[in-house]
Write a protein that binds this ligand. Structure first.
Ligand code: UFG
Length: 338
């Protein structure tokens, strides 16, 4: 079996990717110190794939501890998720973000070099586009988001990967720019586990519907968008996870460039108010919400041109907003049932 290291494999996107890897015949090796995730994610993965995955509770910036994972058997490739991702927190604690997000990638690349591992799939974000001039946004739109330290760590990590792949002609890296991942595994065994009050829209919506939050605040309805609320491209996390398996498979090819970038989105933009309405329809519940002020740093609208991922990776989304919200709600109910 091909061992594939999944850093952050107990996290939201990492756990779903570990499942898709196992289903595609790879052996996911989870490297995660659970600082921002929970044991139950590992149990959920085991429940879906029918066996306990290999897990190492290691901080990815700890080079010697991480090296031991490489020593335990040949590594086919790495999918690197482990990183902090809260925009607001990154403004308050920039060093935490620079140290962890950039430091862990440096350590990982050093180890890949030391152990001769040449395939890397990297978790990037549409945040690198900032507020794009044209929609839908293609991969050739300029990188320019230095608005938050979090966003800037993604810009720096992408640059780091370009530099390293130029220096090592055998290294193959796939840079995946996610739009807004939502939903949960249809089995409701794994999903998003926000610690504390969620920053992101969909966990806030499901927690409000479950009665854990009083009401959702819609951050602004005076944007230059069809209904005045912000527009995003919400992609089902299972679709997103599957794209990682396709990206990894592509790295086996002969004529693959050292570093390639792909947008991962559906190609459709939905407004916050559309998300609220669609959630009400699929859950059959009213969602208490009110309009509040804009959230600093939000861009009015961003959604993907997914053509490149389709043409080069053969990736197409199987799920839409309705399925994603239904799965997110099923997951929230599973959590409440514990
Ligand atoms: N929103 C609300 N109320 C909430 C939470 C969110 O109205 O309580 C709105 C936001 O204003 C935004 C939309 O819902 O318009 C989506 O917000 P999220 O926080 O879920 O997602 P973002 O688009 O802000 O953030 C995502 C990723 C980040 C990444 C960013 C780049 O979560 O990691 O895209 O644009 F940096």
């Amino acid at each position: 079996m091909k061992r594939v290291i999944v850093t952050g494999g107990a996290g939201f996107i990492g756990s779903h990717t570990a499942v898709e890897l196992a289903e595609a015949g790879y052996d996911p090796v989870i490297v995660d110190d659970l600082r921002n995730s929970e044991e139950r994610a590992l149990q959920g993965i085991a429940g879906i794939i029918g066996k306990d995955p290999e897990v190492h509770r290691v901080d990815c910036t700890d080079e010697e501890a991480f090296a031991r994972v490489f020593e335990q058997g040949a590594v086919h490739g790495v999918i690197h998720f482990a990183a902090y991702k809260a925009v607001g927190e990154s403004v308050a604690e920039p060093l935490k973000y620079y140290h962890n997000n950039i430091g862990s990638l440096v350590v990982l690349l050093r180890l890949m070099e030391r152990y001769g591992v040449k395939r890397l799939v990297f978790s990037s974000s549409c945040t690198v586009y900032g507020d794009p001039d044209r929609l839908p946004v293609t991969e050739s739109a300029p990188d320019r988001n230095a608005m938050s330290p979090y966003g800037f760590t993604k810009v720096v990590c992408e640059r780091l990967l370009r530099d390293q792949s130029a220096a090592d002609p055998d290294l193959r890296a796939s840079l995946l720019r996610y739009f807004n991942p939502i939903g949960a595994h249809p089995s409701a065994r794994i999903g998003e586990l926000p610690l504390g009050v969620p920053n992101n829209l969909v966990p806030f919506v499901t927690q409000t519907a479950a009665g854990l939050r009083k009401e959702l605040t819609v951050f602004g309805d005076d944007y230059d968008t069809p209904d005045g609320s912000c527009v995003r491209d919400y992609i089902h996390v299972v679709d997103l996870a599957r794209a990682h398996v396709l990206a990894l498979g592509r790295l086996d090819g002969k004529d693959v460039p050292g570093c390639e970038v792909f947008n991962l989105g559906t190609g459709t933009g939905n407004s916050v108010l559309e998300v609220v309405r669609t959630f009400e329809e699929v859950s059959g519940l009213p969602l208490p919400h009110r309009i509040g002020p804009r959230r600093p740093g939000d861009v009015p609208a961003v959604y993907a041109d997914p053509t490149r991922a389709r043409d080069v990776l053969g990736f197409e989304c199987r799920y839409g907003l309705r399925e994603a919200l239904a799965d997110a709600w099923r997951w929230q109910q599973a959590l409440a049932g514990d």
